[in-house]
Design a binder for this molecule. Structure first.
Ligand code: GDP
Length: 437
């Protein structure tokens, strides 16, 4: 099997395919294929930039590591999508809907894409419900390897009888189903039962994006720029980044903040992110009398995330489970990003988050429902800068050693039957993310 080197536009009602045309970089895959077999993977996903979030980051990091002529993305419509897609060296096909579901129309579209691009494998960037397409696509197209990735929301699906069946079907119809943390597989695998091939594939972090932040440290030019930008003054800064949803625990950080202020009145809390809790968190900050000691940045473009980390000397993210464990922090990429910047990290003892921190070595794992414990961990780090710096260095070293995207890509490519490409393709831990300003 295989295709020519140029892509054709996939037209059709309600869909638009864009990719970088003029001025596109040389296709990354071309030089890599000395041998006979060429592969192309269709990625089917709702979670794709310019939307923001952990799954989007995950899918982007994988998609950009494939040889550019070895991947096609089928995703949903989102504001700014076509502009973003034009920056990519591979085709992106967007359905005319903001939520892609495994409808007959979507299946037909996936079949057409697999045929058009001669794909031999399919990766479901998020397992349910889109993975329900696997069985039909396997029996009706030339694709023969199917992989689905679980993140965190699958716990919902596993928790309720009807949706559990869906997860089960997806898991059993794919060649592999991946999980992001030991905590997750401990809960998902029993719900799914036998017949599923579970493989660990955690999110990771492109540590090189944060080299400058780590090298400069809290007194460096980036940190000063961040302090000016968000009016953070000269005192210690604690950063908390993530979507503003109850699960992420910004409310507990605010409740803890008075304890920190009692010891460090000059301290500032930088809350990064947007989400449905934005208004109530601001109200909470006001009702607690925290005034200008708390700054909300709103959602930031990805390029500015490193500036937010640069502002801080401690990162805090006490995520907690909700709905009796049906909603948890599956892992938490922000914790890894903060560690990559050399920050000690405080996370909640819940879900997969503790797997991102080595207790008392790279940060602290605390009760995420306890403002007292969260506050105590922050105060402990602020009151011992040498310990905080040591933990930050240890965290950064660990992230660089064990949390690189290159290794994750190797896992995915192997599961997709592309192991023969791996001698040099996409496996370094650098280069795929681009740089952050
Ligand atoms: P999730 O949203 O629950 O998946 O949380 P994670 O911590 O796993 O992943 C969040 C990802 O989104 C990380 O790569 C963050 O850098 C990124 N992120 C979080 N907040 C923002 C923001 O305000 N702007 C942008 N661009 N990215 C953010």
């Amino acid at each position: 099997m295989r295709r020519g080197s140029s892509h054709r536009v996939v037209g059709g009602e309600g869909h638009a395919t864009t990719w970088r045309a003029a001025g596109a970089p040389e296709l990354r895959g071309a030089r890599r294929y000395a041998g006979a077999v060429r592969h192309r993977t269709l990625i089917i996903t709702n979670d794709f930039p310019p939307r923001q979030g952990g799954i989007e980051t995950f899918v982007r990091e994988m998609a950009t590591r494939f040889p550019a002529d070895g991947v096609v993305v089928y995703t949903s419509r989102t504001p700014g999508g076509p502009d973003y897609d034009r920056t990519l060296p591979f085709p992106v096909d967007r359905a005319d809907t903001s939520v892609l579901l495994p409808t007959p129309q979507a299946v037909r579209r996936a079949q057409a894409l697999i045929a058009r691009y001669d794909c031999d494998s399919v990766w479901f960037g998020s397992s349910v419900p889109l993975g329900l397409m696997a069985a039909t696509l396997r029996s009706t197209t030339g694709a023969s390897r199917f992989v689905a990735t679980t993140h965190g929301h699958e716990l919902w699906w596993a928790g309720l009888p009807g949706t559990r069946q869906v997860l089960r079907r997806v898991a059993r119809s794919c060649d592999a189903i991946t999980y992001i943390a030991d905590y997750m597989v401990d809960r998902l695998a029993p719900a799914v039962g036998p017949g599923a091939n579970w493989v660990k594939m955690s999110p990771a972090v492109e540590a090189s994006v944060f080299d400058e932040v780590a090298a400069e440290g809290p007194g460096g030019p980036l940190a000063r720029q961040a302090r000016r930008r968000w009016g953070l003054g000269e005192g210690p800064v604690v950063v908390c980044a993530g979507r503003l949803v109850k699960r992420k625990g910004q409310d507990v950080v605010l409740q803890a903040w008075r304890r920190v202020l009692a010891r460090y009145p000059e301290a500032r809390l930088l809350i990064v992110g947007k989400g449905p809790q934005a208004a109530s968190l601001r109200e909470l900050a006001a009702s607690l009398g925290l005034g200008r000691t708390v700054r909300f940045t709103g959602g930031l473009p990805w390029e500015s995330m490193r500036l937010a980390y640069a502002a801080g000397s401690v990162f805090v993210g006490p995520s907690r489970n909700r709905y009796h464990g049906l909603q948890v922090e599956g892992l938490g990429i922000v914790y890894l990003e903060a560690a990559a910047c050399g920050l000690p990290v405080v996370v909640g003892a819940d879900g997969g988050a503790p797997e991102t921190v080595r207790q008392a070595e790279t940060g602290f794992v605390v009760d995420p429902t306890s403002p007292r414990d969260v506050g105590a961990a922050i105060v402990a780090l602020l009151s011992d800068p040498a310990m905080a710096a040591r933990m930050g260095r240890a965290g950064r070293a660990w992230v660089r050693e064990a949390w690189g995207w290159g290794e994750r890509y190797r896992t995915l490519a192997t599961l997709l039957g592309r192991g023969d490409e791996l001698s040099d393709a996409g496996t370094s831990d650098g280069g795929a993310s681009g740089s952050a300003a």
